[in-house]
Write a protein that binds this ligand. Structure first.
Ligand code: EPZ
Length: 420
């Protein structure tokens, strides 16, 4: 298994091009199930997760062809030939469950493995299933699978989510685009990735209003057609490299980074002493004087993203003073804490909150993480630490960060991948 070696202490200066957003690209690829015509997606990040989604779609009958030299433009198309999403693929990537709504809408049946829990929490899919049932689906759970049928097709319904779920909003949006009649999704998630999905669906002929709000109205159409769509830049990758600039005291130009997608991250980092300004092509990030401890609490968008919590905690680990970082989305997303403490951080977890007392410097160590964002937080810690850090289990990073070591090395980091 590959590892990443970092010798900390170098300032980062230069330019990093932000890749397409993983969490936008995955549901956009699923849109390939909604039409027999070609869907062309550009700026698709080259990641283990987009690869896995390609495999899942291929076994449903959808060919996913790379049509650009850099492999980031994909053309998807083909009739659906198989409506089962098997355990072997779903267990690798929870986003696989997003095929449920589209398969039901197109073929009136689907058999999708239940994703099960993962390192960051139990992560049920009950909100997805209840919504589809309200639209007329008959759902049974059997042998670890969701067996779903809609003998009379899916029908529009008013669905009030008990909490804003990104995945449930996406699943139901795609199902509703081809259902008969009007669907209203209330208390819907408002993440930029959902707006991106809506924009692509509209380009495919869907009728959607309320895009970007928590009340989305979809008037179903009989068929959708092919379209071309560019994936939005990854706001979590942008925020992560902003933390890298701040933690090493350098200046990074994040090409493609969008201020309007960062919301609470920009405000919190500004309070902590990090300046982020818009340029003609992206965002310029630099630390002003010292870093100060500032509290953060994760919330659905436009609040502070749970996917930035681990990276922000590393920043707070070397800030002056104390801060409290509270995780409200997932119940078990502090696995990076013991690893950061092994690197000299002073963090105590009390239930949903972590108290971080800033230290002058972290020190390098052998570390590993059990999820993607925790892994990248250890890379950030390694950049700031004295001495050598080895990050194990790099496959987590490869699921969601494109060429992390090459992007950082190009800006002056002493970082390399050790194949293993
Ligand atoms: C998406 O996961 C992202 N994944 C996650 O990114 C992200 O952390 C999360 O949204 C929150 O922003 C993708 O977009 C592929 P949710 P999702 O449904 O859709 C509970 C990463 O590192 N819930 O908004 O699974 C759930 O347990 C990943 O890139 C139910 O109870 O998240 C959680 O506590 C990790 N029942 C909360 O809602 C349901 O049916 C929010 O989850 C659905 C969700």
């Amino acid at each position: 298994m590959d590892r990443i070696r970092i010798r900390g202490g170098n300032q980062l200066n230069g330019e990093i091009t932000i890749s397409g957003a993983k969490n936008a690209a995955l549901p956009l690829m699923v849109c390939g199930l909604l039409t027999d015509e070609r869907l062309v997606l550009s700026r698709v990040p080259r990641l283990a997760d987009t690869e896995t989604m390609g495999q899942l779609l291929a076994q449903h009958g959808i060919a996913v062809d790379s049509v650009s030299d850099d492999g980031r433009t994909l053309s998807l198309g083909g009739p659906i030939t198989n409506t089962e999403a098997p355990y072997d693929i779903v267990r690798k990537m929870r986003a696989s469950v997003l095929v449920l709504g589209p398969l039901l809408a197109r073929t009136r049946e689907a058999r999708v493995s239940l994703p099960g829990g993962c390192a960051i929490g139990t992560r049920p899919v009950d909100i997805h299933l209840k919504g589809l049932e309200q639209m007329g689906a008959l759902i049974e759970l059997d042998g670890g699978y969701i067996n779903a049928k809609a003998p009379n097709g899916l029908k529009g319904a008013t669905i009030v989510f008990p909490m804003p779920s990104v995945g449930a909003t996406e699943n139901l949006l795609m199902a509703a685009a081809l259902a008969s009649g009007r669907t209203v999704l209330a208390n819907a998630a408002r993440e930029p990735e959902i707006t991106d999905l809506c924009d692509c669906l509209v380009a495919m002929g869907a009728q959607i209003t309320g895009i970007g709000t928590d009340k989305i109205t979809i008037d179903g159409v009989a068929t959708l057609h092919g379209a071309s769509h560019e994936v939005i830049p990854d706001r979590i990758e942008t925020g992560t490299y902003a933390c890298a600039a701040a933690i090493t005291g350098g200046e990074l130009h994040l090409v493609g980074g969008r201020m309007d997608h960062l919301g609470a991250v920009v405000r919190t980092l500004a309070e902590a002493g990090v300046e982020i300004t818009e340029t003609a092509t992206g965002l310029l990030v630099r630390r002003l004087n010292g870093l100060h401890g500032v509290d953060a609490i994760t919330e659905p968008y436009p609040g502070f993203p749970t996917d930035m919590q681990a990276q922000y905690m590393v920043l707070m680990s070397v800030a002056s003073g104390a801060s409290m970082v509270t995780e409200t989305i997932f119940e078990n997303r502090f696995m990076h804490v013991p690893e950061l403490n092994r690197m000299g951080a002073r963090i105590n977890v009390h239930g949903k909150s972590a108290i971080v007392r800033g230290v002058k410097q972290l020190s390098g160590a052998q570390v590993m993480a059990t999820d993607l964002r925790a892994s990248v937080s250890l890379v950030l810690a390694g950049l700031a630490a004295k001495g050598e850090t080895i990050v194990n289990r790099v496959y987590h990073l490869d699921r969601g960060f494109e060429s992390v070591e090459r992007k950082l090395a190009a800006c002056g980091a002493d970082i390399e991948r050790i194949p293993g």
